[in-house]
Design a protein around this ligand. Structure first.
Ligand SMILES: Cc1cc2nc3c(=O)[nH]c(=O)nc-3n(C[C@H](O)[C@H](O)[C@H](O)COP(=O)(O)OP(=O)(O)OC[C@H]3O[C@@H](n4cnc5c(N)ncnc54)[C@H](O)[C@@H]3O)c2cc1C
Length: 412
């Protein structure tokens, strides 16, 4: 009988364990937490957005998207949907996002743990992996409780993001010790820190906006949604979607700026359209000053902040403001461009961008091309997805492929 040890019982590790377990394979999961899948509980605000109908490489970052394409295939996607069907998870699908219909992340976590138990996967909780070595085709896993030998190892220890859930980056060091190269792991799906004098004043404002990312003054990405303005900068799902690119850009000393259009939901895209809107509004909503005229369109606190920073008095009437100032106000409301000075830390990030280079992995089996018998899955790899179930999606697929290869089940 072969012994397989899965290092890390998160999303990818549990799927790998379930698939790898056969009569001939003893499978052990080692995890430092007192329960498996701790991070899963935090996903999707506790509801677990575990999959997306539109999983394809366009939603991911990686230095090797061509290899990712061989992992995220139609066949593999179908296998994951079947896998969750067999676990008894019924999806509730909203705008392509999959949640368990219970609306509770615990449904996913407990279904995976139960399946591990039913299949006879051994689970060593509260046990911390310290190192892994390989000698004469046998791996030795060193934990804080024992040294244990095995034939194959699945490295599923997650990234450096959100370390309170157990993943603290040791997996990168272990992969490195087996000859793997790293693309620097950087915080992604995370808040952005901005340079501006008024951050303290806009703190607490929530509003809809379009956010556009400029890299070295060139538009590279944009998104739409609710933004939360904070004392360090800006947050919100649409901001998260830009953040991986920002991290990598800043790491490479690129200039990163965000442009905010607070009037996007009114389909106002520039200063001329803004002035036209206000001229019309001024005719209909009579007897108002400029601040009152903007009320009902925008957050009150935001109006006053933008007026102040455009050097327009809130008591001025629209008719008394010069065209130059009207256009400047329009620019500040539709194209407010601010310099990004960084992102929040790994602990605030949902994932890491970067990781073990994908071209050092066999995309059919997730086995290392550097060390036979070593498999690397999940967020440890240089793959990060947008918000929307793409990161768990990759964790499931990569774990599945590793487990399937280990089980030797070629018909699956
Ligand atoms: C707040 C938050 C919300 C998120 N929401 C979503 C979402 O809605 N949809 C989505 O697709 N993705 C979401 N993600 C991302 C997603 O959770 C991860 O991409 C995914 O869990 C990665 O799976 P993994 O198996 O690679 O790593 P993890 O799930 O992090 O598992 C790694 C495991 O390894 C264990 N481990 C690490 N080091 C050791 C050690 N030395 N010894 C023993 N055990 C160790 C850890 O305890 C952990 O259990 C979210 C992440 C966060 C933080």
């Amino acid at each position: 009988m072969a012994r397989i040890i899965i290092l890390g019982g998160g999303a990818s590790g549990m799927v790998a364990a379930i698939k790898a377990r056969t009569e001939d394979n003893e499978v052990i999961i080692i995890d430092k937490n007192n329960n498996l899948g701790k991070k899963i509980l935090m996903t999707g605000n506790g509801k677990c957005n575990y999959w997306n109908r539109d999983i394809n490489v366009s939603h991911y970052n990686s230095d090797n998207l061509d290899i990712l394409e061989k992992i995220i295939t139609e066949k593999n996607k179908l296998k994951i949907e079947e896998f969750f069907d067999r676990l008894g998870i019924t999806p509730r699908i909203k705008d392509n996002y999959y949640y368990p219909s219970s609306n509770q992340a615990t449904s996913i976590q407990t279904a995976l743990i139960l399946e591990c138990e039913l299949r006879g996967v051994k689970i060593f909780n509260n046990e911390e992996v310290i190192n892994v070595k390989k000698k004469n085709n046998i791996f030795e896993v060193i934990t804080n409780k024992r040294n244990i030998e095995c034939d194959k190892v699945v490295l599923a220890m997650g990234s450096k993001a959100c370390s309170k859930t157990g993943s603290d980056g040791l997996g990168y060091k272990i992969a490195n010790s087996f000859g793997h190269t790293l693309i620097e792991p950087l915080p992604a799906l995370v808040q952005l820190k901005l340079k501006a004098s008024f951050l303290k004043e806009w703190q607490g404002i929530r509003c809809d906006a379009k956010v556009s990312l400029y890299e070295n003054n060139k538009l590279v990405k944009e998104d739409i949604g609710e933004v939360q303005l904070t004392d360090y900068g800006i947050s919100g799902i649409c901001v998260y979607q830009l953040s991986g690119r920002v991290s990598r850009g800043i790491y490479k000393n690129k200039k990163e700026d965000i442009e905010i259009n607070f009037l996007n939901s009114l389909e106002i895209s520039d200063e001329e359209e803004f002035v036209k809107l206000m001229d019309e509004r001024n005719k209909i909503v009579v007897g108002r000053n400029v601040s009152q005229l903007l009320d009902g369109i925008l957050n009150y606190k935001l109006i006053n902040l933008i007026l102040k920073n455009t050097w327009i008095s809130r008591d001025d009437s629209w008719d008394n403001i010069s065209m130059v100032k009207k256009l400047e106000l329009g620019r500040n409301l539709t194209k407010l461009r601010l310099n990004i000075i960084g992102t929040n830390s790994y602990d605030m990030a949902q994932v890491c961008s970067g990781g073990v280079k994908l071209d050092e992995i066999n995309p059919l089996t997730m086995e290392s091309l550097k060390t036979s018998g070593l498999y690397i899955v999940g967020e440890l790899l240089d793959v990060d997805g947008e918000c929307g179930g793409f990161n768990l999606g990759f964790a499931w697929i990569s774990g599945y492929l590793a487990g399937k290869s280990i089980s030797g089940d070629n018909n699956d």
